[in-house]
Design a protein around this ligand. Structure first.
Ligand SMILES: Cc1cc2nc3c(=O)[nH]c(=O)nc-3n(C[C@H](O)[C@H](O)[C@H](O)COP(=O)(O)OP(=O)(O)OC[C@H]3O[C@@H](n4cnc5c(N)ncnc54)[C@H](O)[C@@H]3O)c2cc1C
Length: 413
């Protein structure tokens, strides 16, 4: 990000000037019209879409795009279209895939590895039937595979106890940190401003928010503000979101595949998820030599994104190893090469939050990716930008603040 910081540093003087939304954007000299706080996948795509709509946008982040503790940080994220009956997320994933492919084609290194994704299930449960219905309606190229067909095609996986699978050849793995950093670089190259700065919790009150205060004491004015601060949103809006977004501790592990051979490479092993009665385990092929990645999708204990402990636990390691060695016999005894602790920022049921602050009509809140948000970044950003600009034909009720319960009851998988 050094080049990007240098380029944007030349422009940030203008960022402290007041902005206004009247009239078309005519260059950086008049200051930003919109300030987007948070350069994770949601904030970066929101900034990029606002820029495409002609807005002068300043994007801020306290630690940098997709930094190590951000929910968008780390190596990789699965993208898939299987969401049971939750068609909104299938649509968002499909729409986003086109953007990811396009970004990938412009980047120097791959952002999307189109490895395919195999989601497999112990029984033909409702989730499978609903997914098939939605995919047929949307004409997604999803294949329904019986156990024997899966076993022939993916001999690395032991399908004991599995009846059926959904194979999505168009989807795969996104290189998370690289994706967000590439996007922010593209935003800057197209004339956007990015600055590394921390924003204090906005002043309480009614009516339009006039300014935000940065950690160096600078006041920054703009006509509109977007807060896409992931697991930090409850800290910025404690009374509003402190009991509506639940950051949880999540652990991911990388193991070295067997030496030589290509059984665990892209092209042989797809991204995969074992539905496991709703208690999902998921993983990736050996992407770019990082190793075979595996994680348990169950929500961990509450996690403070600043002070939370990031040392992987022996219990989680033992759990994923046991699962991996059962489902992937060739991985038995393979050495751990890396482990990371991250956090999900869950809404009560897994639906995203994209809505205006109830007493600050020029403040848009974007977050609650809930452990599945990354793949949807392009569509969430497009939706957020359209909502902010008053261009949405129909607001999605599931993304409304009013739909965010204070009692956790996960429903979206
Ligand atoms: C382990 C793990 C695995 C996951 N797997 C998948 C997957 O396979 N597929 C998938 O689609 N999704 C997955 N997700 C979910 C997805 O990664 C997240 O939903 C998504 O990245 C959230 O992005 P965000 O932009 O909302 O938050 P973040 O990436 O956390 O971005 C928020 C940004 O706001 C900044 N910020 C916060 N406070 C301030 C402040 N006061 N001033 C300035 N900046 C501030 C932070 O520095 C941060 O960069 C996974 C998440 C985790 C943790």
């Amino acid at each position: 990000m050094d080049d990007m910081s240098r380029r944007t540093a030349l422009k940030t003087g203008a960022a402290t000037l007041a902005g206004g939304l009247a009239g078309p954007a005519t260059g950086a000299a008049r200051g930003p019209e919109v300030v987007v706080v948070g350069a994770g996948v949601f904030g970066a795509w929101t900034a990029r879409h606002l820029q495409r709509l002609g807005r002068r946008v300043l994007l801020l982040d306290a630690w940098g795009p997709a930094h190590a503790r951000a929910s968008s940080g780390g190596e990789s994220r699965l993208t898939r279209g299987s969401y049971g009956a939750d068609e909104i997320y299938t649509r968002f994933a499909w729409e986003s895939l086109a953007e990811w492919k396009s970004l990938s084609s412009r980047a120097g290194l791959p952002i999307l590895h189109q490895a395919g994704v195999l989601f497999f299930f112990p029984t033909r449960e409702d989730y499978v039937a609903r997914t098939i219905e939605v995919h047929r309606r949307l004409a997604l190229p999803t294949e329904v595979l019986e156990r024997a067909a899966m076993a022939r095609r993916f001999p690395q996986i032991d399908f004991e106890g599995i009846e059926i699978g959904l194979y999505e050849p168009a989807f795969g793995a996104l290189m998370a940190r690289r994706a967000v950093q590439t996007l922010v670089a593209e935003f800057v190259a197209a004339g956007g401003e990015y600055r590394r700065a921390a924003v204090a919790p906005p002043e309480a009150g009614e009516g339009p928010l006039e300014r935000i205060i940065l950690s160096d004491g600078t006041a920054l004015r703009a006509a509109r503000f977007v807060f896409a601060c992931g697991p930090w949103l409850p800290k910025l809006f404690p009374s509003l979101l402190g009991s509506r977004i639940f950051p949880t501790r999540q652990e991911v592990f990388f193991f070295a595949p067997p030496a030589g051979g290509s059984d665990f490479q892209v092209g042989r092993l797809p991204g995969w998820a074992d539905f496991n009665g709703g208690d999902i385990f998921y993983g990736f092929p050996d992407l770019e030599g990082r190793g075979f990645k595996i994680a348990h999708d169950a929500h961990g204990p509450p996690m403070d994104p600043d002070g939370g402990d990031r040392i992987p636990s022996p219990a989680a390691l033992a759990e994923v190893r046991a699962f991996m060695e059962r489902r992937f016999p060739a991985m038995r005894g393979r050495p751990l090469s890396e482990a990371r602790v991250c956090q999900y920022e869950n809404s009560a049921n897994g639906d995203f939050l994209v809505d205006f602050h109830p007493s600050r009509p020029n403040v848009l809140l974007v977050g609650a990716g809930s452990g599945h948000g990354f793949k949807h970044g392009p569509a969430v950003g497009r939706y957020a930008a359209a909502l902010l600009e008053g261009r949405l034909a129909h607001a999605e009720p599931r993304f409304a603040l009013a739909a965010k319960s204070e009692r956790q009851n996960r429903a979206v998988h």
